[in-house]
Design a protein around this ligand. Structure first.
Ligand code: LLP
Length: 404
C-alpha cells in the first residue's frame, strides 16, 4: 500500500493501527483460479488467519468458501452469510458438545482421529463426513506449524484405513471427502505434491466409493524477507492440476479439488502501523520503542518470524541498526532485533509488514493494552471496520463480564 496513504490513515485514526488491502485479498483469491486451472477447484479460506468481517464479506461476495476450526468461527461464518455448504469444520480435540453443536448447524465435519470418528458414527449414523489424514510429509516455516509426520496431533495415520472403513461401515457414514494439511508456509513445492500423492493413494473407489472432493489444506507460502523468492505458483498449479486430473481418471470420475489457504490470501495484504515514542542508546544497542507490543503482533516473539519494517516517516534517512521494541514489560518484546533501518526519530511511523495473517487474529490484551483498530482499504475507499477500545473501555469490557 502507498506510504502516503498509510501515513494519512495513521494521522486520521491514530496508532497502533492495522490496515488491510481488501483489493489484494480479492486478487489473491482470484489468482488461485489462474494458477490451478482445474474446473472443480474450490478455495476454503482459513478464517483463523484473519477474521476481519469486512475481509470475510469481500471473500464471500467473490464466491470463496471457508475453513473453520471452532464453533464460534462457524457461527460467525453463518452470520456473515456464508452458506453452510461453503463451510468445512476442521477442529481437533473436540468435545461431544462442540461436535453436536456444529453438526446441528449442518456444516460438514472433517474428523482427524479414530476416537472422534467412533463417537461421531455412534451419535450421528448415516451422516456425511470428511476424514483428515496425516500426510506423512514434514514441512512448514516453523516447527510449531508443521502438521504432518510423527510428532503432531493431527489427522489419522494413513495406515489406519482399514480401521477407518470398519467404523464408517458400522455407522453407515458417507465419506464425501478426504483431507490433509501438511503445514503452514510450505518451503518446498515437492512437499505439496508428495502430500497429494500420499492422500490420493488411499482415495480409491474400493476404500471410499462416495468421494466428492479431496482437500489438500493450506500452507501456500508467501515471502516475508525482502530477499526471499516467491514460489512459482504457475508451475506449481500446473503440476497440482496434472496430478489431480490423473488421480480422477483412476478414481473413475472428476472430484472437487479443495485448498484452504490462510497466509497466501491475507499475509501480504496487512500492515501494522506503530509510532516510535522513545529512542534509547544502551551502550551497544539503539532501541526504538513503539506504542504496541507482542500481544498486538506476536509472530516475531512466538515463531522468531521475520517481519519487514519500513520507516514511513523517514524512508531516505541514513541507515542505522535498531532493536525495534514494543511497550510490554518483557525483554523479548521485540518486533525486530539488530535491524538496519533508515534513521528512526521519535514520532516516526513504522509499518510492520506482512501483518495480514495470524497477527490481529492471534492478538490479546496482555498488560491491558487494547488491540489496535482495523481499517480496510478496498474499491478506492478506506473504512474503519473495527475501532480500538480505549483503556477505559477495555477495563469496562473486562469488569463488565466478571462476577466478583
Ligand atoms: N487448513 C488447516 C487444517 C490448518 O490447520 C491451517 C493452518 C490452514 C488450513 C491454513 O494454513 P496457511 O495457509 O495459513 O498456512 N499461526 C501460525 C500459522 C498457523 C497455521 C495453523 N493452521 C503463523 O502465524 O505462522
Amino acid at each position: 500500500m502507498d506510504a502516503q496513504l498509510l501515513l494519512d490513515l495513521a494521522a486520521r485514526y491514530g496508532t497502533p493501527l492495522y490496515v488491510y488491502d481488501g483489493d489484494l485479498v480479492r486478487q489473491r483469491y482470484r489468482d488461485l483460479f489462474t494458477f490451478i486451472p482445474y474446473p472443480g477447484l474450490k478455495i476454503h479460506y482459513a478464517m483463523k488467519a484473519n477474521y476481519n468481517p469486512a475481509l470475510l464479506s469481500l471473500l464471500r461476495d467473490a464466491g470463496a468458501a471457508l475453513d473453520t476450526v471452532s464453533p464460534a468461527e462457524v457461527l460467525m461464518a453463518l452470520k456473515l452469510g456464508f452458506p453452510k455448504d461453503r463451510i468445512i469444520f476442521t477442529a481437533n480435540n473436540l468435545t461431544d458438545a462442540e461436535t453436536a453443536e456444529v453438526h446441528a448447524l449442518g456444516v460438514l465435519m472433517n474428523i482427524g482421529s479414530l476416537s472422534r470418528l467412533r463417537k461421531f458414527a455412534a451419535a450421528f449414523p448415516g451422516s456425511r463426513v470428511c476424514l483428515r489424514f496425516n500426510p506423512d510429509v514434514v514441512d512448514g516455516d516453523s516447527i510449531n506449524t508443521m502438521t504432518g509426520g510423527d510428532l503432531t496431533k493431527f489427522g489419522i495415520l494413513l495406515e489406519k484405513v482399514e480401521e477407518v472403513k470398519a467404523i464408517v461401515a458400522a455407522g453407515n457414514l458417507k465419506v464425501v471427502g478426504l483431507h490433509e494439511h501438511t503445514g503452514s508456509g510450505l518451503q518446498h513445492a515437492e512437499s505439496v505434491y508428495q502430500a497429494m500423492k500420499n492422500l490420493m493413494a488411499i482415495a480409491t473407489p474400493e476404500n471410499f466409493p462416495d468421494l466428492e472432493f479431496l482437500d489438500f489444506g493450506g500452507g501456500f507460502k508467501v515471502p516475508y524477507r525482502p530477499d526471499e523468492k516467491r514460489i512459482d505458483y504457475v508451475s506449481m498449479g500446473a503440476e497440482i492440476t496434472r496430478l489431480f486430473e490423473a488421480f480422477c481418471r483412476d478414481y473413475g470420475r472428476p472430484l472437487g479439488l479443495y485448498f484452504e489457504p490462510g497466509k497466501f490470501m491475507v499475509a501480504e495484504a496487512g500492515v501494522l502501523l506503530v509510532e516510535v515514542n522513545t529512542i534509547k542508546h544502551n551502550r551497544t544497542r539503539t532501541i526504538a520503542g513503539c506504542n504496541a507490543g507482542f500481544p498486538q503482533l506476536i509472530r516475531p516473539v512466538f515463531y522468531q518470524a521475520y517481519h519487514h519494517i519500513a520507516n514511513l516517516s523517514n524512508p531516505d534517512g541514513p541507515l542505522s541498526v535498531y532493536d525495534v521494541c514494543g511497550n510490554i514489560c518483557e525483554t523479548g518484546d521485540r518486533f525486530a532485533e539488530q535491524r538496519e533501518l533508515p534513521e528512526i526519530r521519535e514520532g516516526d511511523i513504522l509499518a510492520i509488514e506482512n501483518a495480514g495473517a495470524y497477527c490481529y487474529s492471534m492478538g490479546g490484551v496482555y498488560n491491558l493494552r487494547p488491540m489496535p483498530a482495523e481499517v480496510v482499504v478496498a474499491d478506492h475507499r478506506a473504512r474503519l471496520v473495527r475501532p480500538a477500545l480505549n483503556s477505559a473501555e477495555l477495563v469496562d469490557a473486562i469488569l463488565g463480564e466478571c462476577h466478583f
